[in-house]
Design a protein around this ligand. Sequence first.
Ligand code: BG6
Length: 797
Amino acid sequence: MKCPGCWKMLTVAMCMALVACLQAQELQGHVSVILLGATGDLAKKYLWQGLFQLYLDEVGKGYSFSFHGAALTSTKQGQEFITKVLESLSCPEDMVPRRCAELRGQFQQLSQYRRLRTNEDYMALSKDIEAQLEHKGLREAGRVFYFSVPPFAYAGIARSINSSCRPGPGAWLRVVLEKPFGHDHLSAQQLATELGSFFQEEEMYRVDHYLGKQAVAQILPFRDQNRQALDGLWNRHHVERVEIIMKETVDAGGRTSFYEEYGVIRDVLQNHLTEVLTLVAMELPYNVSSSEAVLQHKLQAFRALRGLQKGSAVLGQYQAYGEQVRREQQKPDSFHSLTPTFAGILVHVDNLRWEGVPFFLMSGKAMDERVGYVRILFRNQAYCAQNEKRWVADQSQCLPRQIVFYIGHGELGSPAVLVSRNLFRPSLPSESWKEVEGRPGLHLFGRPLSDYYAYSPVREQDAYSVLMSHIFHGRKDSFITTENLLASWVFWTPLLDSLAHEVPRLYPGGAESGHLLDFEFSGTQLRFSRQQLEQLVPGPGSAPKPSDFQVLRAKYRESPLISAWPEELIAKLADDIEATAVRAVRRFGEFHLALSGGSSPVPLLQQLATRHYGFPWAHTHLWLVDERCVPLRDPESNFQGLQAHLLQHVRVPHYNVHPMPVHLHQRLCAEEDRGAQMYASEISALVTNSSFDLVLLGMGTDGHTASLFPQSPAGLEGTQPVVLTRSPSKPHQRMSLSLPLINRARKVAVLVMGRLKREITMLVSRVGHEPKKWPISGVLPSSGQLVWYMDYEAFLG
Ligand code: BG6
């Protein structure tokens, strides 16, 4: 060396660096990570590697670490296990092997096994950590407890940590929890309450490992960095549909005891896919790096989800599943499982951004490929004048336009973000995402890869490694808070309950399933696209279908009666209403329709909302036949039913909608508020002669109609057009059109459905005009027409 003073200078510099490093360690402090369940499968496959990655990322940045692998196994066995796992840890590809070996050696030195069973064991652990800190003169920064144990063990461990193993003042505690977090809303709430008695909310990190998948973790940053381009696109005017998909080739063999209790909806949709859904659907916070803002916006997205119904789902089960369950759980041959291993769900988000956009969620075991993605498909509003051959990917607006967050596997084989070239060139952080190299011949979502701007991570990282880093840095937005967890269960539990006895469609699995699991939607309903074979070829004696019957025309109480199976009947009534409406608008320029509440008209309203494109809604006035005395937004309110099943889907001008004024002066149906008189005045002001074009009524099992009940002191006769009445069932107070007003209508239709109505139908067919006993018998339009619509069950029993 030519410079004699150099050695000295170098030595001084190194010493200074070392001192700085030691000072930094003192500055940041010591972190103890305790991995509970350290000898389990998850730990072996992902968690130790995740901890090692954490060490690689953080070493030299001012923290010191110790890693405690813990389980119930004896110390000797546990240590042997851990030694083996630690030897197999890998470093990122770009790290030179010598450096890797050195760091792995350090990590091995810092990692130890200990048995943790009793409360005393936890006390001893705490003492050891304190002794170590004291011995090395370190300040404690915090403790991470990673629960990789079954949920039944949570409470005991939580109690011990809380009572005997919390860090000292000034240091943080983070407990990391693995799913399942309950089985439904109630059990999730119980578990949350129990954990809440030991830990603060900010101490709990509930893992959903999908939030650590690189493509998923990129959704919000992508939306943020491309705000300008996306602002006008990310909404119902441009998005045609969203698909959130997770397909697996593996089946549930070997874990049927878990799977039998959970099934695919609880295992994958309630957590992973729902989390992804909220990241796509939520309003983008101004500051996406604020955990608090992200979590709040997520919660709002949950609140905007429309409730699911049985018809929102299709279920399947791969054929071998039943046999696997019988074998693994020693069930008799007669045992048949109803657990779904495949589910497709149609979700709607009821807000201005997403109204009407279908979100498909789908997951299945034993599928033809392993792949996960979120695909946002945009509407195509262009017409391209040149021949298709001349369409250029980044210029033609006629080629499909989509953004895909490719979670992994599949034909691409790695996570990616794809943006159709005819949308915009996206901006992604160049230090972590790079453009994918061309792969001639590779097609994704119907287009060659070259049609997309395609990016993949510079360094592929396992989800658990990403999450370890987020735990360490306290990034709570990558985890499930109690509020979010419960919101998700509130959304899924009613559907799960309604599907509990549903028989899933059997599928052979793999490529052999063909098109058997394809599904499609119509309105709010989802159904398999293909009928199952046995349904296509009905054998002798198979159940009759509605279309096998003609609509029956007869007389009932001397008025026309139309009877059919429910579906046909509703279709016929909807057609008749539309025809009446079209006629009225042609003659008078408007149509006045008064509708009853309750459950019978619901399918009718749905039919009108989804199948009647020629209906003159712009000229229709909607009135209420009766109302319960509750606020209009109450689920019990008849108006609320009208809103949910009809108004939100059609375009009736606001000033043509006439709810009953049951809620005045902050009180409900008070005589002094004269709500009934107000409604009568509104009718007389707008409806010629107070004569509705059509009044739709129902009939109760006691013979009531509208809210006119047997022996009602008001509304059965007299001059009052609108009256306050009392119902024998809750809510008791009602407002109702009176019989005299109903009888002024040009047409009255009475809809009666279901077996429960059979008895009253028979009875009323025989009685005369006795409205006091059976108010329905007082319905007889003075110059209009009365038509009865009854399904076969109500009419024939
Ligand atoms: C788990 C489910 O949460 O996710 C498994 O319990 C599923 O059933 C797994 O196989 C899929 O995760 P990944 O990371 O392989 O897509």
